[in-house]
Write a protein that binds this ligand. Structure first.
Ligand code: ATP
Ligand code: F6P
Ligand code: MG
Length: 530
């Protein structure tokens, strides 16, 4: 049967997606026709066992139906339509108060809301294209095809930025900012830009909620009044000016608190969990008919948020990881039969490990959660380390926190937010290496470095600082434009708004069939470990 013939045998449905979603492809919409390793062993020669899946979002597509493309497009457009407060309130907008021309010169334009004199606004119908590659075949590296012929489909998302018309009177607005989940470089940069931008609109009542969602209901945690003066320098240090926390997903209590505090705009800076929380808050506000805009800003060093090119903090974490890798490299190279082992964060994704390996150029073996491997046996990692000691005298290994969990005893423990607490693969690997070389009577000097919190408790680097600045500003523009239940991100190099419901369907993963992972393998020179 031809490849496309095989594919036609499948009718698109969501159910075919799940297993592949986690291992082979990074998004639900990537999880379509295509070939994936599905985590099955690849031979040393690299011949992958290929399988075909056909799925397309929530739609059940029949590709023999001539209108399937139209159906797909309509489904996409409706899924990515942005929830707006006018969905439930009959409101008329007013001209914006946001203008960079304001009081520029003593004689200049003082009418900020004069749209014909300043064209710096984004039209509500502006869109950005999410995907730009036309795959010729489902076997193309990283292919994300919808149908067996890999037809070109347009995936448009809403362009972010200031609108000419707004749905709030700035003088009457009370805006709140909350940072949730783990720390991430750039949190303070985002807080700062949200405050600056709100003030430019004319908002006077801005508060910070302390220690994540907890600050909404924990007695003794007072809201912090925020202003430009107060946040002016907070970007100079890492951490969160407001504090962070996990746990406390009490939507009803949080919305009671929002209601009692008369908050009109809530800015949630956080990862997948925080986004799920933000969406629950948005839904509950709708249910109670509260005119509140809930806008999120994706934060995570793990870079595991769907559709985003990257999340802020990721770049900085990768850069910080270089120090650990370089130290491991120097230690390993200077020792007789030195082995450097570095564990990097990434609960369920290997983006930090992959990018840090690529950028350092010092890694011989990179192990990530998305690609399974064995440690023992002639095709295992340990045998390869033996080979590296024999041929180059030393080696450096980088493991992602979530790698190799299938080789360890599972714990059922979870953190306060319900995230599974992982077994420590770095320590396990260190012990395995020690034992292996002792058993075979080959000297090996292993140096283990776990820089865990050091890669995220630092100040944002230059590129993250810019990303934070734009995302923070766009979050405010989104709220004034009347959107709620949305997030502000960078997609295919453009800044966009996406409905939270779409970005939280699954965490983003490294696609083992992507060019990036292949580039990492080319750089490390590691074989398949099966
Ligand atoms: N499904 C959910 N619904 C509502 N709230 C949630 C949900 N999942 C998590 N939360 C809440 O969101 C907050 C942050 O979640 P979590 O600790 O998982 O961090 P995160 O936002 O995913 O960031 P990180 O990348 O650091 O893990 C917590 O207060 C948690 O209780
Ligand atoms: O120790 P904490 O604060 O729970 O955070 C650890 C987790 O946070 C992250 O940095 C971000 O989700 C993960 O990589 C890591 O597993
Ligand atoms: Mg999380």
């Amino acid at each position: 049967m031809s490849l496309s013939g095989m594919a036609i045998a499948f009718k698109a449905s969501t159910s075919a997606c799940t297993a592949q979603q986690l291992r082979g492809h990074s998004t639900r919409d990537h999880c379509q026709y295509g070939f994936t390793h599905l985590n099955e062993p690849r031979s040393r020669k690299g011949s992958a066992a290929l399988q075909v899946r056909a799925t397309s979002g929530k739609l059940d597509l029949d590709f023999s139906d001539p209108s399937w493309r139209q159906k797909y497009q309509e489904d996409w457009d409706s899924r990515f339509n942005l929830p707006h407060i006018t969905d439930i309130f009959d409101l008329k907008p007013r001209l914006t108060t946001f203008s960079l021309k304001k009081n520029r010169t003593p004689l200049g334009d003082t009418d900020a809301s004069s749209p014909d004199k300043w064209n710096g606004y984004v039209n509500k119908d502006d869109r950005a294209l999410l995907k730009v590659i036309k795959y010729a075949s489902p076997t193309s590296a990283g292919a994300e095809c919808i149908d067996p012929d890999c037809s070109w489909m347009e995936h448009w998302v809403h362009r972010a930025g200031p609108r000419k018309e707004i749905y709030y009177e700035p003088e009457e607005v009370k805006a709140a900012i909350v940072t949730c989940g783990g720390l991430c470089p750039g949190l303070n940069d985002v807080i700062r830009q949200i405050v600056f931008t709100l003030e430019i609109y004319g908002v006077k009542n801005i508060v910070g909620i302390q220690f994540g969602y907890r600050g909404f209901f924990e007695k003794g945690l007072k809201e912090m009044p925020l202003s430009r003066d107060l946040v002016e320098n907070i970007n100079l240090s890492g951490g969160s000016f407001l504090g962070v926390s996990r746990g406390g997903a009490k939507t009803s209590e949080i919305v009671d608190s929002i209601q009692a505090r008369r908050i009109d705009m809530l800015f949630v800076i956080g990862g997948n969990g925080s986004h799920a929380g933000a969406n629950a808050i948005h839904e509950e506000c709708r249910k109670r008919k509260l005119k509140v805009s809930v806008v999120a800003v994706p934060k995570t060093i793990d870079n595991d948020i769907l559709f985003m090119d990257k999340t802020f903090g990721f770049d900085t974490a990768v850069e910080e990881a270089q120090r650990a890798i370089n130290s491991a490299y120097i230690e390993a190279r200077s020792a007789y039969h030195g082995i450097g082992l570095v564990k990097l964060m990434g609960r369920s994704t290997g983006f930090i490990a992959m990018h840090a390996s690529l950028s350092s150029g010092q890694i011989d073996v990179c192990l990530i959660p998305e690609v399974s491997f064995t440690l023992d046996g002639e095709r295992g990692v340990l045998a390869h380390l033996e080979h590296l000691l024999k041929t180059k005298g030393f080696c450096v290994v980088c493991v992602a926190e979530g790698a190799g969990q299938d080789l360890l005893q599972k714990s059922n423990a979870t953190d306060a937010s319900g995230n599974v607490i992982l077994s420590d693969f770095g320590v396990h690997m260190q012990q395995k290496i020690k034992k292996h070389f002792k058993d075979i009577g080959v000297p090996a000097d292993i140096k283990y470095i776990d820089p865990t919190y050091m890669v995220r408790a630092c100040r944002a680097n230059a590129s993250d600082a810019i990303l934070c600045t734009v995302l923070g500003q766009n979050a405010v523009h989104g709220a004034f434009a009347g959107f709620s239940g949305i997030t502000s991100g960078i997609c295919n190099t453009h800044y966009a708004y996406l409905p939270i419901t779409e970005v939280i369907t699954a965490p983003k993963h490294v696609n083992p069939n992507s060019r990036m992972w292949h580039r990492c393998l080319t750089s490390t020179g590691q074989p398949d470990f099966h």
